[in-house]
Ligand binder design. Structure first.
Ligand code: KG4
Ligand code: ZN
Length: 356
């Protein structure tokens, strides 16, 4: 089965073509990726310091068709080779989701194909199955993106249990807001991680929120405020450029160390509580090198395996949507296909979409 995947939930337009045959034959799921196109709107939103929903929707309209053409050329396929169309049904920006949904359903209807609405986070949390060492079910997924921070128990396709989540800012949001405080461009996650590499550990005593809360929930807004307080406290007026750069790098280092410490500790707790020994890291913040090294080190020490998606599939993309849609269709025997209505779900709880 060839599944077309369309991702338009936020500021990336992603299109991909996925062949389920390798997966069905027990081979590497990665072999099923036949073609993909991705356009990031980051440069367009940068001037505004964040995503402007209306601009995002309009850009998805402009990009989606050329990206489909690109994916078809790359894969050597024709439109008529496609068996089903998967699209991100939610959660995300309503206007942006509508573009993908309208496009996917229009195309599916014109070709006489089923369409399937995919939960964006399901795309993220199944994407490590496309990685080099695919995890076995059940596993714990640490989902860290711009909009979500969650620990989930994944018992199988469509079997998700929320163990804990952020009570305020998402991890990616904390990265982006802190980056802004340090004068870095949106989205600042990758930039702050790079800056932290030049920082010295332990210079600033930043909080590690909810580290000892006893549950698996998170809170990151206080950490961002603590960074803001340090920025306010240190006047950089009489500092040399080199000293300012070092100050920012040290602050970035303390910020990253704090956030990583909390994420690692709660992941360990989730593994312990559930008796799982496989952890999956997914979502944009999953590209963070400090988090990856800390989780790898913890895994070696505590005896659990850590699995990642391929690095370029950590942030939003069409492949994960095509893949998740394909697995849903195989598992549910096509039962998950959607109607012709434009029923997007800007707010959507993943576990509510579990298979019975
Ligand atoms: O999953 P994603 O592409 O979009 C959402 O679904 O939200 O995640 C985007 C988030 C942004 O907040 C971005 O700053 C963060 O992922 N991010 C990173 C890194 N690369 C992307 N955060 C920390 N370190 C990185 N290397
Ligand atoms: Zn995402």
């Amino acid at each position: 089965m060839i599944v077309l995947g369309i991702e338009t939930s936020c500021d990336e337009t992603g299109v991909a073509l996925y062949n389920t045959t390798p997966w069905e034959e027990g081979k590497s799921a990665f072999l099923g990726i036949l073609g993909q196109g991705l356009h990031s709107q980051v440069a367009m939103h940068r001037d505004y310091g964040g995503v402007v929903p209306e601009l995002a929707s309009r850009d998805h309209i402009r990009r989606v068709l050329p990206l489909l053409d690109q994916s078809l050329v790359q894969s050597g396929l024709k439109l008529t080779d496609i068996d089903a169309v998967a699209f991100t049904q939610g959660p995300g920006l309503a206007g942006a989701l509508l573009v993908g949904s309208a496009f996917a359903k229009g195309l599916a209807q014109s070709l006489g194909l089923p369409s399937i609405g995919v939960h964006h986070l399901e795309g993220h949390l199944l994407s490590p199955l496309l990685g080099e060492s695919a995890p076995q079910f059940p596993f714990i997924a640490l989902l860290v993106s711009g909009g979500h921070t969650q620990l989930m128990k994944v018992s199988g396709i469509g079997q998700y249990e929320l163990l804990g989540e952020t009570l305020d800012d998402a991890a990616g949001e904390a990265f982006d807001k802190t980056a802004k405080l340090l004068g870095l461009d949106y989205p600042g996650g990758a930039a702050i991680s790079k800056l932290a590499e030049h920082g010295r550990p332990g210079i600033f005593d930043l909080p590690k929120p909810m580290l000892h809360s006893g549950d698996l929930d998170f809170s990151f807004s206080g950490l961002k405020t603590a960074v803001l307080n340090q920025v306010k406290k240190h006047s950089t007026q009489n500092m040399s450029e080199a000293d300012i750069a070092q100050f920012h790098a040290d602050l970035a280092r303390s910020f990253v160390d704090s956030i990583v410490a909390v994420l690692v500790s709660k992941s360990e707790k989730a593994l312990q509580q559930t008796g799982c020994n496989h952890l999956v890291l997914a979502g944009g913040v999953g590209a963070n090198s400090q988090l990856r090294s800390a989780l790898n080190a913890a895994g070696l020490k505590k005896g659990f395996a850590v699995h990642y998606p391929p690095l370029d599939l950590c942030t939003d993309n069409g492949v994960m949507i095509a893949f998740a849609g394909a697995l849903r269709m195989l598992t549910e025997n096509n039962g998950s296909t959607t109607s012709g209505a434009f029923d997007i779900k800007p707010r959507w709880d993943l576990a509510s979409n579990n298979l019975k």
